[in-house]
Design a protein. Structure first.
Length: 320
C-alpha cells in the first residue's frame, strides 16, 4: 500500500465506509467515521508534535528537573522510586502498623498483575515481610482513585495471584492493602482507618487475615504517623522529620546519580503514555474493522504505530 499521509488515510477509510454501506446502516456508518476521524486527528497532532519534542532534549531535561523539584511522596511517580527501597518501605510499614519488629525482605514498585478474566492492575508498591505477609501500598491524590471498591479489588487480586493450583486455602498469605490519601477519603476526620471483616451478630473479627487501611495525610500532628504524613507533603528533604526518608528524597533530587535515575524514569513514563495511546487507537480501529472489510492490519499498524504482529496479538487478546 502507498505511503499515505494521515489526511489521505482518513480519505481512504471514508471511501471504504462508502463501499460497505450494505453492511451498515447509514447512521451507524456516519458515527463510526466520526469516531475514527477523531482518532486520526489525534494521531495527526501526535505526529506533528513528536519530532520537535524529541529534538528538544535540553528543553525536556529542564522541564523534568523542574518537575522533579516539585515532587512529593504524595506523587506516585516519585513515591514508587523512594519506596522500592526495602528500608524505606519497612520504615513506612512499621509506623503505619505500629510494629517495630516488622522486617521487609522485598519491595517492588509498579508491579503489574494481569487478570485474564477481568481488569489487570499495576500496584504502586508490593512488599513482603519475613513472615510472608504481603503489602500493597498505594498513594492517591484523588478521592476517586481511593474508592472502597478499588481497595476491595486490589485485595481480591492479591489473593488470586498469591495462590497456585493445589494450594490449601489455609495457606493464603496475610495481606494488607494500604491507601495513603492526600485528602480524607473516608470523610470521618480520622488520621487512620482500619477495615477488617467482622461477624455482625457478635462483633467479633472475622479472622480471614485480609486487611485494608486508609491513611489520611491531612492530619499532620506530633504523633509518629502525623510526622510521617508531614514528610509525605514535603518537597525538600531538609524539611522532613525522618532521616531514612529524607536521605532517599535527597538522593533522587540532589545527587547526580539519583537525578539521572529519575529523569530516565520520567522518560519511560512518557514513552509508556504514548504506547498506551497507540494501543487505544489500535483497539478502536480493530473494533471498526469488524464492519469495514477493507480496513487491514497494515492500515491499523501505520496509524497506531504498532507493528502488524502487535496488532494481530492485540486482536487475539481482545477476542480471548
Amino acid at each position: 500500500m502507498p505511503n499515505l499521509s494521515v489526511y489521505n488515510k482518513v480519505q481512504t477509510i471514508s471511501k471504504a465506509l462508502g463501499r460497505e454501506r450494505n453492511l451498515m446502516s447509514e447512521n451507524k456508518q456516519q458515527n463510526a467515521l466520526k469516531e475514527k476521524q477523531a482518532d486520526v486527528r489525534m494521531e495527526t497532532k501526535v505526529c506533528k508534535e513528536t519530532p520537535s519534542q524529541n529534538l528538544n532534549f535540553e528543553g525536556i531535561h529542564k522541564e523534568d528537573l523542574k518537575r522533579l523539584q516539585n515532587f512529593r511522596l504524595l506523587d506516585d511517580d516519585f513515591m514508587t522510586k523512594v519506596f522500592e527501597d526495602e528500608k524505606c518501605a519497612e520504615f513506612l510499614l512499621q509506623i503505619i502498623l505500629e510494629r517495630d519488629d516488622l522486617i521487609v525482605v522485598r519491595s517492588t514498585s509498579q508491579y503489574s498483575i494481569k487478570n485474564l478474566q477481568g481488569r489487570s492492575v499495576r500496584l504502586d508498591i508490593l512488599a513482603v515481610d519475613r513472615e510472608k505477609h504481603v503489602y500493597n501500598i498505594e498513594v492517591q491524590r484523588s478521592d476517586k482513585g481511593a474508592g472502597v471498591k478499588r481497595a476491595r479489588y486490589n485485595s481480591s487480586i492479591l489473593d488470586a495471584n498469591l495462590t497456585q493450583p493445589g494450594d490449601q486455602y489455609e495457606n493464603l498469605n496475610e495481606t494488607y492493602v494500604i491507601f495513603i490519601t492526600e485528602n480524607d477519603a473516608l470523610k470521618r476526620k480520622l488520621p487512620i482507618y482500619h477495615i477488617d471483616r467482622v461477624i455482625r451478630e457478635t462483633g467479633e473479627v472475622f479472622e480471614d487475615e485480609s486487611h485494608i487501611i486508609y491513611v489520611n495525610s491531612k492530619i499532620q500532628d506530633d504523633t509518629a504517623l502525623g510526622k510521617l504524613m508531614h514528610d509525605f507533603s514535603c518537597k525538600k528533604a531538609e524539611n522532613m522529620y525522618y532521616k531514612v526518608l529524607a536521605d532517599r528524597v535527597h538522593y533522587f533530587k540532589e545527587d547526580e546519580e539519583g537525578v539521572a535515575i529519575m529523569c530516565r524514569a520520567m522518560e519511560e513514563m512518557r514513552n509508556e503514555a504514548v504506547r498506551k495511546r497507540n494501543i487505544e487507537i489500535a483497539m478502536d480501529m480493530l473494533d471498526l474493522k469488524k464492519t469495514i472489510a477493507s480496513l487491514t492490519y497494515e492500515n491499523i499498524s501505520k496509524t497506531s504505530k504498532l507493528t502488524v504482529d502487535e496488532v494481530k496479538q492485540l486482536e487475539k487478546e481482545i477476542n480471548a
